[in-house]
Write a protein that binds this ligand. Structure first.
Ligand code: ZN
Length: 425
């Protein structure tokens, strides 16, 4: 007997109040230029759990893709498992002096960022933010002299800034001890985030200035507060930092020029304003946070059934990947209101296409909406509403007739686990 699909509450959208902010959500931040040699294998990225059965699910794109969804991650990114030491410096300028203490600024992001990573990684990433300098570090030039604007490349402005940061911090900092650099700017440097978001990461950048013999290859810069005025800032305003650090670990941007419509609120690399959200299961595998037996590769023909446990809870199978060719495939995971996923209003099996041949910000991942043109099930500001009810419920089916693939969500059990059936012709 087919169980009845759970009914998702579909409220009317609150139309006006947050419309402007929602648009801004889509332009949150940009991945910096990743300068790495094509074909370089990441020795430091999280080691991906593998068995021979998973090999057909290792997709990759061309070496021209700067920051790709392929597994394993290639490039000189920071490692994403074990203890990660994050050098965190608070920076100000003569034309933008720090307001309040530097440690107040630090505490806008910590301990929340550590906790976010602990929860998202099921304890695989122990994030240590370290502040060998607990005061504002004053730069030698005014902020305006660095010529920093949204989308500014590393050269020349950021190179000069990093050189000045290194020179100012070097007497007290041994840069060899850290895996990544967080630069928390005084929020009055540059325009308010509601106008323009400057926050940016330069990842895998081995051509960056050298300090204590190591290049500052993975650095995240966070500017004005992403405060939408909804009152959620003290609770969730830190989320720009896990997004930016996602780049440091090799994850691409999932929002595009058109906004967050490709992935919505299902990954922090897509939307990092407003309510908390998790990473996609694909990203958790890519970062080394899933064991080999938590991932299933549906590469063979015929019919196969799988159980999935909620992605936001530790333990159990989390991801089914259906490879299409060496570059693309469909991913399946169970999203519920657990862990970092505080805004899930329509739980179920999220289905999305991963394309390792598409670059950061160009739409490397697309979520399929099981309930199109409904307006979604959330009223939460800064959550892409249309995709909020994207998951497939028991009794619902996804089909790609061209590829001969059919995915049926067959059942949900009393513990909240789901069964899916993958049919490949
Ligand atoms: Zn980004």
């Amino acid at each position: 007997m087919q169980p009845q699909p759970p009914r998702c509450r579909i409220p009317h959208r609150r139309a006006a109040a947050f419309a402007a902010v929602t648009l801004l959500t889509f332009a949150v931040s940009s991945a910096g230029t990743a300068h790495f040699t094509a074909g370089d294998t990441a020795a430091r990225a999280g080691a991906v759990a593998l068995t021979p059965a998973l090999v057909p699910c290792l997709i990759s794109g061309s070496s021209a893709v700067q920051m790709a969804e392929g597994i394993p991650t290639r490039g000189h990114y920071a490692r994403s498992t074990g203890t990660v030491h994050a050098l965190t410096l608070m920076i100000d300028f003569s034309d933008a002096p720090g307001e309040g203490t530097a440690m107040d600024r630090f505490h806008e992001f910590f301990p929340q960022t550590q906790e976010w990573f602990r929860t998202a990684s099921y304890g695989r990433l122990t994030y240590r933010p370290e502040t060998p300098i607990r005061d504002w570090l004053r730069m030698p030039k005014p902020f305006k002299d660095y010529g920093i604007e949204r989308g500014a490349p590393f050269d020349p402005g950021y190179r000069r800034l990093v050189q000045d940061i290194v020179a100012a911090a070097d007497p007290k900092v041994d840069f060899r001890q850290y895996d990544l650099l967080n630069v928390l700017m005084t929020p009055n440097a540059g325009p308010p985030a509601l106008e323009t978001v400057l926050s940016v990461t330069f990842a895998g950048n081995t051509a960056a200035p050298v300090a204590d013999g190591v290049p500052i290859a993975n650095a995240s810069f966070v500017y004005s507060r992403q405060d939408d005025g909804s009152g959620s800032y003290p609770h969730t305003g830190y989320r720009v930092l896990p997004h930016e650090n996602g780049h440091v670990f090799g994850l691409p941007d999932l929002y595009t020029q058109e906004g967050g419509g490709a992935v919505g609120h299902w990954d922090i690399m897509s939307e990092d304003w407003g309510a908390n959200n998790d990473l996609l299961g694909w990203h958790k595998w890519k970062l080394g946070w899933l064991d080999a037996d938590q991932v299933h590769c549906a590469s063979g023909r015929g019919v196969k059934e799988y159980t999935l446990t909620p992605l936001g809870r530790p333990g159990g199978p989390k991801l089914v990947f259906v490879p299409l060719d060496g570059r693309t495939g469909y991913a399946l995971e169970l999203r519920t209101r657990d862990g970092n996923d505080e805004e899930v209003c329509c739980p179920g099996i999220l289905i999305y296409k991963v394309d390792a041949g598409v670059d950061t910000g160009q739409g490397p991942i697309k979520v399929f909406d099981a309930h199109r043109d409904t307006g979604g099930c959330t009223n939460s500001p800064n959550v892409h509403a249309e995709l909020s009810d994207a998951p497939f419920a028991p009794g619902e089916t996804f089909k790609d007739p061209e590829a001969g693939i059919r995915i049926d969500v067959t059942a949900a059990d009393l513990e909240g686990n789901y069964r899916v059936r993958v049919t490949r012709q």
